[in-house]
Design a protein around this ligand. Structure first.
Ligand SMILES: Cc1ncc(COP(=O)(O)O)c(C=O)c1O
Length: 381
């Protein structure tokens, strides 16, 4: 099997599964229980929070464990809008957010908030100048994804963060689900107030994640309940998942610089190989402006679903668009926002890599891809 759909999800590290199982068996008590078993679970939870905070150069009070990127984005976006609604009603996002952010903004629009969606250029990147033009005195939230999930473009998060540093009335949220461990981002130095990450994108368990909430930022919780996670995320904590995710966080960050360099090498190999295949149009910017783990490419004349299934016959797994929207019909909204025609967007596939992807896997993939493309071109004629 050659698995190249790591932006949809990654395979958990075996050590993560060991941790998950051990914690499920030995530390099953509820951290909120008064008895000593609960106390042991609570201690483990606090230790995990301290470790996660240390790895992210944050404070333990700034770490809120969630069920993943979708929850993190919803808590950050709606939680800010509700908490600061008396300060202003204007919000800024991009036109290429993941559905978990984009649909949260649509819900807020229905409630009377005004959202400016920043356009992107043909590389899928927001212009800082457009952001500055959109910014207003009553902007209470700016929410930008760090790395786009379909094409891998990096957004000007550091520039926007610098601009917002002396705007204390505006909260800055970054969806770093795709960027984490692929494109380094310093939380404190970048002026970021809220940052979402998701465990299953870096070999942690599914249903785990973390929202960084900078000290002093107020959020209105989405769930009413027992007040766990600093009153921000009620519900019995998923201790096995949290411990598994923190293990994945530690293992991933331990290899971050070599991992990123390796991904960039593989990505360049892909870019070079794709040049040899007829009718390949690459949408991912071939520059430092893209994350090293994603390549989005159309093969003119071949529908993406057809190619995905043809590769699957060889046990090679890639995707059409993002996993959440890949079952929806129609061309990718992200590619369309970049000015790609509907037809070409319907012919796009996403290849996404992990640190463990090898050069020989890329070579086999490119060979099989070239074969499938030439076979399908004949059939489609
Ligand atoms: C950019 C981005 N944000 C948010 C999410 C949602 O994360 P989760 O699957 O953990 O809910 C994804 C998932 O693909 C994503 O790519």
């Amino acid at each position: 099997m050659i698995y190249l759909d790591n932006s949809a999800t990654t395979k958990p590290y075996p050590e993560v599964l060991d941790t998950y199982r051990t914690v499920s068996e030995r530390y099953f008590a509820n951290p909120s229980s008064l008895h000593s078993l609960g106390g042991v679970s609570e201690h483990l939870l606090s230790r995990s929070r301290e470790q996660a905070a240390a790895l992210l150069h944050a404070d333990p009070d700034e770490v809120v464990f969630t069920s993943g990127g979708t929850e993190g984005n919803n808590l950050a976006i709606k939680g800010t809008a509700f908490a600061y609604r008396n300060r202003g009603k204007h919000l800024i996002a991009t036109s290429i957010e993941h559905a978990s952010a984009g649909n949260a903004f649509s819900q807020l629009e229905e409630l009377g908030f005004e959202v400016t969606y920043l356009p992107v250029n043909h590389d899928g990147r927001v212009a800082f100048e457009d952001f500055k033009k959109a910014y207003r005195e009553d902007t209470i939230l700016v929410s930008i994804m760090h790395v786009n999930n379909e094409v891998g473009t990096i957004q000007p998060v550091a520039e926007i963060g610098r601009f917002l540093k002396d705007k204390p009335k505006t909260v800055f949220h970054v969806d770093n689900v795709q960027g984490f461990s692929k494109v380094p981002l310093q939380l404190r130095e970048s002026g970021i107030d809220l940052c979402t990450i998701s465990g299953h994108k870096f070999h942690g368990p599914k249903g785990t994640g973390l929202l960084y909430v900078r000290k002093g930022i107020q959020l209105s919780p989405l769930f009413a309940g027992g007040g766990q996670e600093h009153q921000l995320r009620s519900g019995t904590e998923n201790l096995p998942g949290i411990c598994g995710m923190v293990k994945a966080l530690r293992m991933t960050l331990a290899h971050e610089s070599e991992g990123i360099a390796h991904l960039r090498k593989l990505q360049n190999r892909l870019f070079d190989g794709l040049k040899q295949i007829d009718n390949a149009v690459v949408h991912t910017p071939q520059s430092p402006l893209s994350s090293p783990h994603i390549v989005n490419v159309s093969f003119l004349g071949i529908k993406s679903e057809v190619l995905v299934h043809a590769l699957e016959e060889e046990k090679i797994y890639v995707s059409t668009k993002s996993a959440c929207s890949s079952k929806e019909s129609g061309a990718s909204e992200i590619l369309k926002a970049m000015g790609v025609s509907d037809k070409e967007a319907e012919q796009a596939i996403r290849i996404s890599l992990a640190y463990e992807t090898t050069e020989s896997e890329i070579d086999v993939f490119l060979k099989k891809l070239a074969e499938k493309v030439s076979q399908l071109k004949v059939v489609m004629k």
